[in-house]
Design a protein around this ligand. Structure first.
Ligand SMILES: Nc1nc2c(ncn2[C@@H]2O[C@H](COP(=O)(O)OP(=O)(O)O[C@H]3O[C@H](CO)[C@@H](O)[C@H](O)[C@@H]3O)[C@@H](O)[C@H]2O)c(=O)[nH]1
Length: 273
């Protein structure tokens, strides 16, 4: 078997029933005659947080059928973003893609997303905010509102149109540049866009329609949303702390100038004496 050059990272918690359709559809897309990426160069890496729902057995069955898929089972950590970071650390390929297990990210887009990465295009983002893209009409209204609100709050941090997306790819060298990854919450794409300092010219966007979950339940809870607000505060500080320092220096200078202006006439008066 050739060494994988492309790794598809799938964070998964209790997704046993989605893994087979996900993996078989990814490889079916890669085996199409018009796929820009050969299936033999791709691995799928599932990062599971000890789901104990048959995910390990499902991956073993897929391996026996010849699919290049492996699973990491974490027993001491939990969380979507940290699972993705672990997957990127363990990936064999230099071109790495992250996607949900639940088929909300269409597996048929995997070849195109992987092929978009290159030494010049360090980040590829699956975006739901592009002309002509429609949200699945079954996606609940409250999720649309949360997603749009979260996106608006993040827009000053990045030029990407959908920093909330969980469907994105990054080159290994860009990932290794990102220091002090927090890995909390759900928004690892946003954190990587900010901390890997991906320039606008090295970012490609691929519009896609976000579907509804195939099986199981979303793990997005109120706690995850609070984590997002904490993460935003950290990223704003990371990105804009120099502005705060600049503002402090300016305030100090204005203060000094004011003091001088206030004291100057008195000094003048004293010198006459
Ligand atoms: N390993 C691991 N995986 C997890 C965990 N929590 C969630 N996942 C996996 O992460 C993927 C997304 O989780 P969902 O719970 O399905 O998220 P969602 O509500 O559909 O949110 C998605 O859409 C958002 C856009 O609105 C995205 O921002 C988000 O990243 C995610 O893709 C799924 O494959 C799920 O199994 C966890 O604690 N550990």
């Amino acid at each position: 078997m050739s060494t994988p050059q492309y790794s598809v990272i799938v964070p998964a918690y209790k997704e046993a029933r989605n893994l087979r359709p996900l993996v078989t559809r990814i490889f079916a897309a890669l085996r199409r005659i018009d796929s820009p990426v050969p299936a033999e160069l791709v691995e799928v890496l599932v990062v599971d947080d000890n789901s104990r729902d048959g995910s390990v057995e499902e991956v073993a069955a897929l391996q026996r059928e010849g699919y290049t898929v492996r699973i990491i089972v974490r027993t001491t950590e939990r969380g979507l973003s940290s699972a993705v970071v672990r997957g990127f650390q363990e990936a064999a390929g230099d071109n790495m893609l992250c996607m949900d297990a639940d088929l909300q990210h269409p597996p048929e887009y995997v070849p195109q997303m992987l092929a978009a990465l290159s030494p010049h295009t360090l980040f590829v983002l699956g975006t739901r905010y592009a002309p002509g893209v429609e949200m699945d009409k079954d996606w609940p209204l409250y999720r649309r509102v949360i997603s749009s609100g979260a996106r608006l709050l993040a827009l000053p941090l990045t030029s990407a149109s959908d920093p909330m997306s969980g469907f994105f790819g990054i080159r290994k060298e860009a990932f290794l540049k990102a220091r002090a990854l927090n890995g909390a919450g759900f928004k690892i794409a946003l954190e990587l866009l900010v901390k890997a300092h991906v320039p606008r010219g090295a970012l490609a966007e691929v519009p896609f329609s976000f579907g509804v979950r195939a099986e199981g339940e979303s793990k997005l809870t109120g706690k995850v949303m609070i984590k997002y607000l904490e993460q935003l505060a950290e990223l704003y500080w990371y990105q804009f702390s120099w502005l705060v320092v600049l503002a402090a220096v300016l305030v100090f200078l204005v203060f000094v100038l004011l003091l001088r202006a206030l004291w100057a006439p008195v000094d003048g008066a004293q010198s006459k004496w």
